[in-house]
Write a protein that binds this ligand. Structure first.
Ligand code: ATP
Ligand code: MG
Ligand code: MG
Ligand code: MG
Length: 469
């Protein structure tokens, strides 16, 4: 069995031996890009090279980029624990050409990588092309010798990539691996394509146009290549397992959570172990890159991921903080490739411990309230927004945590009711504020509480807030 770390190295070595500079992963918090929550694809750190703003000394690069998809345009948080292929944190392997080679060479490299270097059987592979990209279809036929029915034209935006409303854009081709008929799901483009039988392993983007304001699309004088392959997905294929969470790295993380929690990763408990392993990675890497739990922006995404993991640990019987006890196993797995994990280890452990201690003060009682409130509901019903708001405001349950808890029972939350309750509370808090010329009370409350952070600030209870009980 090829270990995950060797797969990463093999990919980078192949492209290095074909003239690509190996570039270290950029941090998860994007540099100079307030519009983006987290780096969510391998190309993000190279944006300026693609637009020509930055001139790189080498026109080819390869990387294994840390990615988080847990908010904004790409949000896979709700897929974790449900699909075989999604993580909140994952590594995206990629090769990039900045105005150097284009479509033919990109397809040639991708095909060589999967069928020669990784030795995947051709009959397990199929590709998609953008329906208007006849050039790509012809190249797949020529280079890979795939029959027509394995080159699937797709006309949706899934196969047309755009950097933004304006800027570089172009068609893409995705490579899928067929995990076999015993798994539910149809091929790309079919009605049940979201199943996990045909799993997308690699996306090749052919940047050949520039979208200018006003709808016009001009051909780029020097087209570029951007590709992204999920390391955990190709590892699953190469290790002969179907589910990403069965690859070696995850097996070892899950073995550790089994030991710490004294709970087997089987039956009903399996999904919780997987969620914990996934969220452990996301939170540890985010903290290592300088994000701390808070009530807004990036910090709130981190807090939501942490607390979701903690609810699952609670389901598995945790009575005391456990997440920080899993950090050594993660560092053992990934510290070599990502030295920042080693450096930040004390901060990661302390942040996790403090957040879990804090959330454990309200988690159990919040779950009892949720249990009680949902016991009168039937499948398909939704929890009143007021109750979800109370869980948020008094017990520190992010809305999506409550939704995640209810989803297992086939229930949802009345989100409009939740929003209304939130607005009402803000208005009331403002109206009862007798100060003059100072900041509104919720602003004061949040800034004081955030400054107090994990030390357990409990003042200003009259103003409400998620941790004030
Ligand atoms: P999917 O359709 O399966 O959600 P995607 O089309 O959203 O994948 P891309 O944006 O094309 O994915 O990203 C490039 C590659 O990164 C994908 O082909 C896949 O191998 C990997 N990838 C994307 N999202 C995830 C994720 N949440 N977890 C693990 N790997 C992922
Ligand atoms: Mg996706
Ligand atoms: Mg896709
Ligand atoms: Mg894709």
């Amino acid at each position: 069995m090829t270990p995950l770390r060797d797969i990463r190295a093999k990919f980078l070595d192949y492209f290095a031996s074909h003239g690509h500079e190996i570039v270290q992963s950029a941090p998860l918090v994007p540099k100079d890009d307030p519009t983006l929550l987290f780096v969510n694809a391998g190309m993000v750190p190279f944006k300026n090279a693609f637009t020509g703003v930055e001139k790189r000394s080498q026109p080819r690069a390869t990387s294994s980029q840390k990615c988080v998809r847990a908010g904004g345009k790409h949000n896979d948080l709700d897929n974790v624990g449900y699909t075989a292929r999604h993580h909140t944190f994952f590594e995206m392997l990629g090769n990039f050409s900045f105005g150097d080679y284009f479509k033919e060479e990109a397809i040639h490299h991708a095909w060589t990588m999967v069928t020669k270097e990784f030795a995947l059987p051709k009959d397990k592979l199929l590709v998609t092309v953008f329906s208007e990209d006849e050039e790509a279809a012809a190249l797949w036929k020529k280079i890979a010798g795939l029959p027509d029915d394995k080159i699937i034209p797709i006309s949706t935006s899934d196969n047309f990539w755009m950097m933004g409303d304006t800027g570089p854009c172009g068609p893409c081709s995705e490579i899928f691996y067929d995990h076999g008929p015993e798994i539910a799901g149809g091929p790309p483009g079919s009605p049940d394509e979201d199943g996990d039988r045909f799993i997308e392993i690699w996306n090749l983007v052919f940047m050949q146009y520039e979208q200018v304001e006003g709808g016009e699309r001009k051909p780029l004088p020097k087209p570029s290549i951007d590709t992204g392959m999920g390391l955990e997905r190709i590892a699953a294929v190469l290790q002969g397992v179907h589910n990403n969470y069965e690859v070696d790295l995850f097996q070892r993380l899950i073995a550790q959570s089994e030991e710490v929690l004294k709970a087997k990763a089987a039956g009903d408990q399996l999904a919780s172990h997987r969620v914990i392993a996934d969220h452990l990675r996301a939170t540890s890497f985010l903290i290592a890159d300088g994000v701390g739990p808070s009530n807004e922006g990036r910090g709130y995404v981190l807090r939501r991921i942490m607390r979701r993991a903690m609810r699952h640990a609670h389901l598995l019987g945790a009575q005391e903080p456990v997440m920080h006890q899993l950090v050594p196993a993660l560092v053992a797995e990934m510290g070599d490739a990502f030295p920042e994990l080693n450096r930040a280890r004390p901060v990661i452990e302390e942040t996790l411990r403090a957040e879990e201690e804090r959330f454990q003060r309200t988690l159990g009682r919040g779950l009892s309230l949720l249990e009680e409130a949902s016991s009168g509901l039937a499948q398909g019903d939704s929890l009143p927004g007021e109750t979800a708001f109370k869980l948020y405001d008094t017990f520190g349950f992010p809305l999506d945590l409550t939704q995640d808890a209810l989803r297992a029972k086939g229930m949802s939350v009345d989100v409009a009711g939740f929003d209304a309750a939130m607005d009402r509370q803000k208005t009331e808090a403002r109206a009862s504020w007798s100060g003059s010329g100072e900041a509104a009370p919720d602003t004061v409350w949040y800034s004081v509480r955030d400054a107090a952070g994990a030390t357990g600030f409990t003042g200003y209870t009259a103003l409400g807030g998620e941790d004030t009980i």
